[in-house]
Design a protein around this ligand. Sequence first.
Ligand code: IPM
Ligand code: MN
Length: 355
Amino acid sequence: MKAKIALLSGDGIGPEIMVQGVKVLNTIAEKYNHEFIYREGLIGGAAIDATGIPYPDDTHELCLNADAILFGAIGDPKYDNNPSATVRPEQGLLAMRKKLGLYANLRPVRTFPSLFDKSPLKSDRLEGVDFMVVRELTGGIYFGQPSEIDEEGMNSVDTCLYSKDEILRAARIAFDLAGNSRNKLTLVDKANVLATSRLWRKTVQELAPEYPEVEVEYLFVDNAAMQLIIRPNQFDVILTENMFGDILTDEASVLPGSIGLQPSASVGDKTSVFEPIHGSYPQASGKHIANPYGMILSVAMMLDKQFSLKNEAGIIVKAVEEALDTGFGTVDLFPNQPVSTELAGQFIIDYIKRI
Ligand code: IPM
Ligand code: MN
């Protein structure tokens, strides 16, 4: 097959892990006779430095014309500690999500037996952990208006807004995923306090009869945060709103042993985006220590979900499992015998060539 892929490396370790992701794609292309055509675009701090705008129109055009987007990371400490900065790298990511209509963010979480000792949780809790978080991505408090601080700097407001339609379209994705998995959907909300959460619950309850095979359960977000630690293998598909999803997926990412392993897909109206869930990790940039496996697993997700190349995607996942089983990985995973970002990526390439 032939596909156009937009590469948005972004900030910090983004460019380094992107290099590894593209190498893996090229190896797949060569071995299985595909053609991937890449175009690079600016986003985040890198785009602000070059153009003054975190998500330039050129980048948006590029994304619209691509079959899929591979995304690195975004964020730069020079903005984090400056709350008065009016232009921020994160605005680039949010603008991209909004303009591409990426309303559902799929974040799979699974544990690898060979990494059980890397997790802060006891091994018996990690057995059989394999779930998907569907995080609504273009609504809620991230995008509600007004969002402002008054002139005196004494009061501020953020608005959390959800329409029934926004909930429905994300919920349908979650129900479909549950139907193709273990038929269990958990809606995480704060319906005992928030009006938006009550709308989520009502909407999901109304939709549930369309999916009779899916068992639906409701959890308050504070309890869900606890359940993720106590008994993470109870979950199949978790559906939740934007900010709860942001927080819970960082929490869940420690289960496998490193956030550096977690891939994601953002899907919606236009081109889908595939990206590792970790951030730009600026302290690591240029040091050759960034874990490329989250990016490489995002490449696998792209091949599987966007291009239906199940076999190729499966081989990449197997390669990462093999690396983990052999103890071959970056310092976040194997502090006693770490390898560089480049060598970790090379392991995957060699495996694909060999298999
Ligand atoms: C994520 C990130 C972003 C978010 C930031 C960088 C805006 O944390 O993708 O999870 O909060 O959505
Ligand atoms: Mn986050």
